[in-house]
Design a protein around this ligand. Structure first.
Ligand code: 2HA
Ligand code: ZN
Length: 275
């Protein structure tokens, strides 16, 4: 029995590798965090380091995450290396009682730190935990190629991206009926992008980072990876459509079609984005 046999750790490593295989994680691109359940912390605790490392202040604070444990990818680490070398690539951090600092309790070997986007992940875990009454546990950031490409040609509004994605694959309006948020280009890794993204994540499960990538949330690895995969697939179709037709779109999924899907699948579409 190793820590890698525990499902939350096994699933984390698998999701990193899945993202790598999709081509969304060149070099050290992207990051993943998972908020562990109490049972998972108890199962992993026998593998924790004998002495925990120093507390590190994050520059952001969230009371509803005090005392939580997160599995996280490491800053500057490569998704490509997570599966063959997890101990250097990922780790588990504990959050202190005031919800403003972390310390490593397992992994991130030889002085590695949690992802540079940990403040963004942390603020978004806080918002999504509240928005979903505790159901949300995963935050994932990837450099999804076609989503990024669209941020060079579509207006950077929630409405334009939500409509383009809904219209480019029939499943989209069922998978993210509230739409997606869009953040303008921002410097990565800081508290500004953390705050801007968490404003979007009060309303949406996903946010697009202009000229950078995609930021998604969900209750488990399958749903969260599936959301990123669905959004990127739809963006890929839209990119192909625009590339083939010189901008001419002869037919698409019309608003009444979207309403019909919502009706049949019992989801509430964001009416603000329909005509
Ligand atoms: O981890 O993707 O946004 C590297 C990044 C920063
Ligand atoms: Zn990034």
């Amino acid at each position: 029995m190793e820590i890698y046999d525990i499902n939350c750790v096994k699933g984390f490593i698998r999701m990193c590798n899945d993202g790598w295989l999709q081509g969304w994680h060149e070099r050290n691109g992207g990051n993943l965090t998972y908020r562990m359940t109490e049972d998972e912390v108890a199962a992993c605790r026998p593998f924790f380091d004998e002495t925990a490392r120093e507390w590190v202040n994050m520059g952001v604070q969230a009371e509803n995450l005090a005392g939580e444990y997160f599995i996280t990818t490491g800053s500057g680490k490569y998704f490509r290396n997570v599966n063959p070398d997890p101990i250097h690539s990922i780790g588990i951090v504990e959050i202190n009682a005031s919800g403003d600092s972390w310390r490593t309790v397992w992994g991130l070997a030889e002085g590695a730190k949690p992802t540079s986007e940990f403040p963004s992940h942390f603020m978004n875990h806080s918002v999504r935990k509240t928005a979903t009454s505790g159901a949300n546990r995963v935050i994932y950031h990837c450099h999804a190629t076609n989503v990024i490409a669209l941020t060079y040609i579509l207006p950077l509004t929630d409405r334009d991206f939500s409509r383009a994605l809904w219209q480019s694959a029939t499943e989209c309006s069922v998978v993210f009926p509230e739409g997606v948020g869009v953040c303008p280009w921002m410097v990565p890794g800081g508290s500004d992008i953390a705050m801007a993204t968490s404003e979007k994540m009060k309303l949406y499960q996903a946010a697009v980072w202009a000229q950078h990538g995609l930021f998604v949330s969900g209750p488990d690895y399958d749903t969260t990876f599936g959301l990123a995969h669905t959004i990127e697939k739809s963006a890929e179709i839209y990119v192909k459509v625009l590339s083939m037709g010189g901008g001419l779109i002869r037919q698409t999924i019309e608003d009444d079609n979207l309403r019909a899907i919502a009706q049949d699948f019992g989801v509430k579409l964001n009416e603000d984005f329909l005509h």
